[in-house]
Design a protein around this ligand. Structure first.
Ligand SMILES: Nc1ncnc2c1ncn2[C@@H]1O[C@H](COP(=O)(O)OP(=O)(O)OP(=O)(O)O)[C@@H](O)[C@H]1O
Ligand SMILES: [Mg+2]
Length: 364
């Protein structure tokens, strides 16, 4: 696979604060690569370094076959010559320009002929579903519509590379869900290479070919496909960041493992590797709940109807955790529990983590 963006040994500090430390990553041609991490971890800083609005303290970035910045040789290409489509976090559409003028702007800068501009802009208005709104000013648009204008403006000059900084953050849940598929479709249709940054793990899962997950210190914890990141988390931080997570303390006795101070886990459920103490991580959907048969004995302490799922908080041996069961499955199988009822629990998936990592995550 051909590399289109290469980031090598990039450092960036503001005063004493190291935001990006020795970042190394490659983005391949035609892929959607997402940098996913908590607020303040350096995502926007990374976009600004790529776009050329910031210069690294140290390191080298190449885009295509052009070195856009290299602190060793002093090479630096300014933003307007990097030929990137960029949507910034605050999406900054020009308030005094109409939808049409905003989208046409990059083409005017390139001094393209008027008829060509007209055709490209109208095509792009079609793509983002903004027909009939060409003459409106941004102040006359909803947040989602402004977002589409920003995307159209970034796309119109057919850039080989797009940088998208939380481009869906100001949309409501329904529109966000719709737009993430639209962005993915546009990326495929135009064969664009995308660097996407967000703190939203659901968007990252839906949109990415690969994800790099960063912690609050700007260190990359894991890089992989959405499936790898979600199903094979490299550590507890990654597991916790990717969705609702339960952690249960585990006790070891003569090579067998027990929950908290109580029941034994299924023999054979045991960790690989070394740790002084282990915790079990699992997601609400990693558990089956039943009324009869085998399993760990638990008690429902809270039952909440969430529409498509039933959310049960369950206590076993003094440990509390959350489970999710599809409502229809619960109805069909007599699993509509009430608080106070007894139940049996089996794990479909378990992740073992060194208990030390729990403390570390709390410190981040
Ligand atoms: N110009 C600046 N001067 C000083 N500190 C800055 C500057 N820009 C960013 N920072 C700091 O650098 C860190 C990373 O900021 P950045 O905007 O890259 O985070 P982010 O990951 O994009 O966060 P968010 O998810 O909230 O957008 C933050 O601690 C921020 O306060
Ligand atoms: Mg940001």
């Amino acid at each position: 696979m051909e590399k289109l963006i290469t980031i090598q040994g990039v450092y960036k500090s503001y005063e004493q604060h190291h935001v990006v430390s020795d970042l190394n990553l490659d983005v391949y041609k035609g892929e959607c690569f997402t940098l996913l991490g908590p607020s303040g971890c350096g995502k926007t800083t990374m976009i600004r370094l790529l776009a050329g609005h910031e210069v690294p303290d140290k390191g080298r970035i190449t885009i295509g076959d052009i070195t856009v910045v290299d602190t060793e040789t002093g090479e630096y290409i300014p933003p307007e010559r990097r030929a990137l489509g960029v949507v910034f976090q605050d999406y900054a559409v020009w308030p005094h320009m109409t939808v049409y003028e905003n989208i046409a702007y990059p083409l005017k800068m390139e001094k393209r002929p008027k008829e060509e501009i007209d055709k490209l802009v109208m095509d792009m208005i079609d793509v983002v579903g903004m027909h009939g709104l060409e003459k409106r000013l941004p102040s006359e648009l909803s947040g989602g519509q402004q977002q589409r204008v920003a995307l159209a403006r970034a796309l119109v000059a057919d850039p080989a590379v797009m940088l998208l900084d939380e481009p869906l953050s100001n949309l409501d849940a329904n529109l966000r869900e719709e737009m993430r598929f639209e962005i993915k479709d546009l990326q495929r249709k135009f064969g664009i290479t995308v660097m996407y940054v967000t703190h939203d793990q659901e968007v990252a899962l839906a949109i990415s070919d690969r994800i790099a997950i960063m912690d609050a210190k700007g260190q990359i914890r894991q890089m992989g496909t959405p499936y790898e990141i979600f199903e094979k988390p490299a550590d507890l931080f990654v597991f916790k960041f990717m969705g609702v997570a339960n952690f249960i303390n585990v006790r070891e006795e003569n090579g067998e493992y027990y929950i908290g101070n109580g029941q034994q886990l299924v023999p054979g459920d045991r960790p690989v590797g070394q740790a002084a103490k282990w915790v079990l991580g699992f997601r609400p959907s990693d558990v089956t709940v039943s009324r009869t048969g085998e399993g760990l004995k638990g008690k429902i302490t809270k039952a909440t109807y969430l529409g498509s799922t039933m959310d049960y908080t369950i206590a076993i041996d003094g440990e509390h955790f959350r489970t999710a069961i599809e409502t229809h499955e619960a109805l069909v199988n007599n699993l509509m529990f009430k608080a106070g009822e007894d139940c049996l629990i089996n794990f479909k998936a378990l992740h073992w983590f060194d208990a030390e990592q729990l403390k570390e995550v709390e410190d981040l």
